[in-house]
Design a protein around this ligand. Structure first.
Ligand code: NAD
Length: 391
């Protein structure tokens, strides 16, 4: 029988919800491009409930215990005395969400002697040291597409709120003020701007599609160039390298995975290439940007704004400079954990576990690592570096 160690974020401060603002969820039948939604044999949870926090347990307990497996759920993941570290040595499967990542670095992986499968309940498996996992033959899988549209919508929101100076304007109202000039002196329109995406995978492309009706000029850079049909449909300009795109864009959205090649892709030097007064939106991973270079770029007005939901580490310390830097629109890591996204990734985790226990193949598009090499989406989207460390 297997031991499954599941690391989830804490319940709300007010306790696990007994009611929700809306009843049910819209029915989504297919992902763009024809990929099907998760297809578990059964689910034991109500879609629309909070599944990603410790009491939600991703809706897995009944299923796993009915098969005789042991499920441990904890949010305690930092330091060698954490529940995660204590339970890890004899865990067969680890499940972790990128929002509250259980960093499976080389040291932890060396202690996880029984670990066979690391499931990312979401998308983005950079919290696992992929080089070490690869050497140990651990399968790494994530729930591709589960929250791509959730994130694309979030990115559009961040772009518009930054350009319109929404957050600062809202603060004037909350503080009983009405100072229109303060709000308007940093407020612009998106119409007519040059907008570029670093990567046009599932999130990047969905974001570009959603931006088209704003009458902007769209750009992208990608390792895998899109088809001529998609480029024509969106009137996209392809840039073989990031620099030519950064030079002309008013808004840049980052949608590549964090890997050995993209860590600190945005540093003092690349930020300098950007247009003065550009906006940078990062919902990919905190480490794609050099933390202090972003602060400097905002302070000297190189960037007009920076917004996103991803940090390093997560959770960040109380004095992390991104909490207080000027003209930022940061949130906790939430873009991909809306209630509909949770329902999809909880179902996807169940699908992967059913495959694993029944000896069936996990879908190729869910795979990052398998049998000692990059596989599926991992082979398409990730590059490894020998020295890559998850934490
Ligand atoms: P995806 O695998 O569909 O697409 C990633 C794309 O990035 C691929 O097409 C790949 O070719 C491209 N790419 C990789 N490195 C590149 C580089 N250096 N330059 C240009 N293109 C590059 O992944 P996705 O579903 O679109 O997700 C992308 C990333 O977004 C994830 O890896 C994750 O880090 C992040 N994410 C964040 C949230 C959130 O809640 N904020 C949720 C989901 C995913």
């Amino acid at each position: 029988m297997a031991k499954i160690l599941c690391v989830l974020y804490d319940d709300p401060i007010s306790g696990y919800p007994s009611t929700y603002p809306r009843a049910g969820l819209p029915i989504i039948k297919n992902y763009p491009g024809g990929q099907t939604l998760p297809t578990p044999h059964k689910i034991d949870f109500l879609p629309g409930t909070l599944l990603g926090s410790t009491s939600g347990e991703l809706g897995l307990r009944e299923f796993l215990e009915s098969l005789g497996h042991t499920l441990i759920v904890t949010s305690d993941k930092e330091g060698e005395h954490s529940a995660f570290d204590q339970e890890l040595p004899d865990a067969d499967i680890v499940i972790s969400q990128p929002f509250w990542p259980a960093y499976l670095n080389a040291e932890r992986l060396s202690k996880a002697k029984k670990l066979k499968l690391a499931i990312t309940a979401g998308i983005g498996s950079d919290h696992v040291d992929l080089n070490s996992a690869l050497e140990k033959g651990i399968t790494v899988a994530e729930i591709t597409y589960c929250n791509s549209i959730s994130v694309a919508e979030f990115i559009v929101m961040l772009i518009v709120t930054q350009i319109k100076n929404y957050l600062a304007s809202h603060s004037w109202v909350e503080n009983k003020g009405w100072n229109i000039a303060d709000c308007a002196s940093r407020s612009y329109d998106l119409e007519g701007m040059q907008v570029g995406s670093v990567a046009a995978g599932r999130i990047g492309l969905a974001t570009l599609r959603r931006l088209k009706p704003f009458d902007v000029k769209l750009h992208y850079t990608e390792r895998h160039r899109l088809s001529p049909e998609i480029e024509a449909e969106l009137n996209l300009t392809y840039h073989p390298n990031i620099r030519s795109m950064l030079k002309i864009c008013d808004v840049v959205t980052i949608n590549c995975p964090l890997d050995g090649e993209t860590e600190h892709l945005f540093n003092d030097e690349t930020l300098e290439v950007m247009k003065n007064g550009a906006y940078l939106i990062n919902t990919a991973r905190g480490k794609v940007c050099d933390r202090d270079a972003i602060v400097r770029a905002l302070e000297r007005g190189k960037l007009a704004g920076y917004a996103g939901d991803v940090w390093f580490p997560q959770p960040p310390s109380a004095d992390h400079p991104w909490r207080t830097m000027p003209h930022q629109g940061m949130t906790p890591h939430i873009a991909g954990t809306s209630l509909p996204a949770q329902a999809r990734y909880a179902a996807g985790v169940r699908e992967i576990l059913e495959c694993f226990f029944n000896g069936r193949a996990i879908r190729d598009e869910y795979l990052i690592l398998k049998e000692g090499k990059l596989a599926g989406t991992g082979a398409h989207s990730y590059r490894l570096r020998r020295s890559q460390e998850a934490a």
